[in-house]
Ligand binder design. Structure first.
Ligand code: SAM
Length: 268
């Protein structure tokens, strides 16, 4: 997938091209794309291709095309303080861009199938935090990555404001994905060869919009452990939760500074 816009000489020129072609439409998304150099998520020997509007795959490492990430970031309608779950979080490129918008009161979780890719993402994140000028210019919501199959998330996990899946979702998993969302939340995923945006408008009501024709590698199905039990993926809950304050499931991570302050004071 990709090739929708011309290649850039550098990251800024790639973003200029994505903007001109209307893939990037809002200031927040533009700032996040400019703050993170796509080449930093490539292996050294392949960096020369980083500013082309093309997907890149090497072993288990896989990045989608810039025009796809632009559509995804716009469709997610991100705001500071929201909780975000990235299924198939890969190199962490998208999670880091999202983290720049979520800010210090957000939640930023990623689940990746391959442990070598999770390690790669953690290294890239570490370099970004230590060396990037952008890190000092934004209030960053640092992503946390876990290895596991995202179709086996523990049932007691919180629901999220925003969910993205970076691999093709089979029709039989559509309901599972929709139930990861809080009411009011937005899910973006490739479903039946279309990038699809689903908004949860009520406890059992969702609105679906097809955004773009896409071709994604499918989500890998879980394989059972020797005991026949699923290996459940545990996502780290917020500190408030761990300190013993039970938050009703539908109200996890309410997403406003005011409510964060309320919980902080309650814990004190
Ligand atoms: C196109 S890549 C996503 C890249 C990511 N958006 C980034 O910023 O680097 C899709 C990812 O989904 C992962 N994946 C596929 N099936 C999965 C599953 N069932 N559970 C978790 N991750 C999965 C793949 O290993 C791959 O890293």
């Amino acid at each position: 997938m990709g090739g929708a816009v011309s290649a850039g000489e550098d990251n800024d020129e790639l973003i200029d091209n994505l903007k001109e072609a209307q893939y990037i439409r809002t200031d927040l998304v533009e700032q996040a794309f400019r703050a993170i150099d796509r080449a930093d998520y490539y292996l050294e020997e392949f960096k020369e291709n980083a500013y082309k509007d093309l997907a890149w795959k090497h072993g288990n490492i896989h990045l989608s095309a810039p025009c796809i990430y632009s559509e995804v970031m716009e469709a997610l309608d991100l705001q500071p303080g929201l909780s975000f779950l990235n299924l198939g979080s890969g190199t962490g490129y998208l999670s880091s861009m999202v983290g720049l918008i979520l800010g210090p009161f957000g939640v930023n979780h990623g689940v990746e199938l391959h442990s070598d890719v999770t390690e790669y993402a953690k290294q890239k994140l570490d370099v970004f935090i230590r060396t990037s000028d952008s890190f000092d210019k934004f209030d960053f919501c640092e992503p946390s990555f876990v290895t596991g199959n995202c179709l086996e998330i523990a049932p007691d996990c919180c629901q999220y404001d925003r969910v993205y899946c970076g691999a093709g979702v089979q029709k039989e998993h559509e309901e599972y994905m929709k139930n990861l969302l809080k009411v009011g939340g937005i899910l973006v995923m490739p479903l039946e060869e279309k990038l699809t945006k689903i908004t949860r408008i009520g406890p059992s009501a969702w609105e679906t919009k097809k955004i773009l024709a896409v071709s994604f590698a499918p989500l890998v199905q879980p394989c059972r452990s020797e005991s026949g039990q699923p290996r459940l993926v545990q996502l780290r809950k917020s500190e408030r939760w761990e300190s013993g304050t039970r938050i009703p499931r539908a109200n996890c991570w309410p997403g406003t500074r005011l409510v964060s302050l309320y919980w902080f004071l309650t814990i004190l």
